[in-house]
Structure formats: C-alpha cells, structure tokens
Ligand binder design. Structure first.
Ligand code: AR6
Length: 170
C-alpha cells in the first residue's frame, strides 16, 4: 500500500521544513530571479559556492546541494524547459524535472520534498498544463518503491494555487 501524502501549500517555499526543497533553476545553476533568487537569498552565499562547483545542469536534469541556512536539509536544483509553444518536447522535459528530482530525493533518503511550480514563471509554461504534468509524474513515481512519505506542491501565485486545488481534488 502506498501511504505517501500529496499536500498543497500556498506561499514561500524557502520557509518549508521538508527534507528537500526543489529549485526552479536555469542551466548555469548560478542563481536568478523568482524562486531561484528567493532560495539563494534564504540559503546564503554558501549555496552559490556549491552550485559553482557543480558547473551547470542540462534542462530536465537535477542536482543536489545542502540547504545551508534553509530549514530544508537539501536543495534539489532542476532546470525546467522554456516554453516554445509546445513543439520542443517541453512536456517530456518538464516531466523529467519532477521525476529526476524525486529520484535524487529518494537516493538521498529524503522522506519529504517540496516542489515549486517549475517553468510557470519566467519560463512561460502554461500553468494548467504544467500542473497536470507535475501531478501525473509525482503520482507515477510514488506508485513505485520509494522513501518519500510527503510531497508538497508549494504554490506562490493564486492562479497556480487554484489550479492545483482543483486538479488534486479530481
Ligand atoms: N516560493 C515558491 N514559489 C515561488 C517563489 C517562492 N519564494 N517565488 C516565485 N515562485 P520562476 P521558472 C513561483 O520564474 O519559470 C529564474 O530566474 C512563481 O510564482 O521562479 O522555472 C531562474 O534562474 C512561479 O509559479 O521559475 C531561471 O532563469 C514558479 O515559482 C528562470 O527564472 C516558477 O517561476 C526559471 O523560470
């Protein structure tokens, strides 16, 4: 029986106390705006040093660092696709972000993880479609053997929060 709980929260992901929080980064891993900027500010300068050592990350993949000044033990940095109208396998790349982040959390014995709404800010992915892919990929991953007991979808903007409220109720 799979007892993992999917939970919805509204607000700032940097305040969560999950084992891992996921960062919607860019392929340089050197910080940026949006949730990436918020995570780097809250984690402190050591996070940037650790990210520099990693040396970048391709779209759809994920890399792990410590959480430094965050309450979360780990930050999992994943690079979502930029929306190009749906003709560049954005769907597959977005699903890979969720899958690879869960796999890294699992490999590092995390029992809880929180996701922001990857690619739905600066990268322009349509929010309803992104929510559908996020929920589907998480559900598929959790159906297999894994260490994860809680998955939080952390929505910062009202539109995403309402979309997830509806999608998770279905
Ligand atoms: N906590 C949770 N979610 C947040 C927070 C926060 N503190 N702040 C913003 N969001 P974005 P992307 C939400 O633009 O589209 C960066 O510059 C926001 O409402 O942060 O994947 C990177 O360096 C939105 O729903 O990420 C990349 O260059 C979601 O986070 C680029 O932006 C994602 O918005 C990545 O673009």
């Amino acid at each position: 029986m799979n007892e993992t709980k999917i939970l919805l929260v509204k607000g700032d992901i940097t305040l969560l106390e999950t084992d891992a929080i996921v960062n919607a980064a860019n392929s340089s891993l050197l910080g940026g705006g949006g949730v990436d900027g918020a995570i780097h500010r809250a984690a402190g300068p050591e996070l940037l040093v650790a990210c520099r050592m990693i040396g970048g990350c391709p779209t759809g993949e994920a890399r792990i660092t410590k959480g430094y000044n965050l309450k979360a033990k780990f930050v999992i940095h994943t690079v979502g696709p930029v929306w190009h109208g749906g003709y560049s396998n954005e769907m597959g790349k977005l699903a890979a972000c969720y899958y690879n982040s869960l796999k890294l959390a699992d490999d590092n014995h995390c029992s809880s993880i929180a996701f922001p709404n990857i690619s739905t800010g600066v990268f322009g992915y349509p929010k309803a479609e992104a929510a559908r892919i996020a929920i589907k990929t998480v559900n598929e991953y959790l159906a297999g053997k894994n260490s994860i007991k809680q998955v939080f979808f952390c929505c910062f903007d009202e539109e995403n929060y309402l979309l997830y409220t509806k999608a998770l109720a279905e």
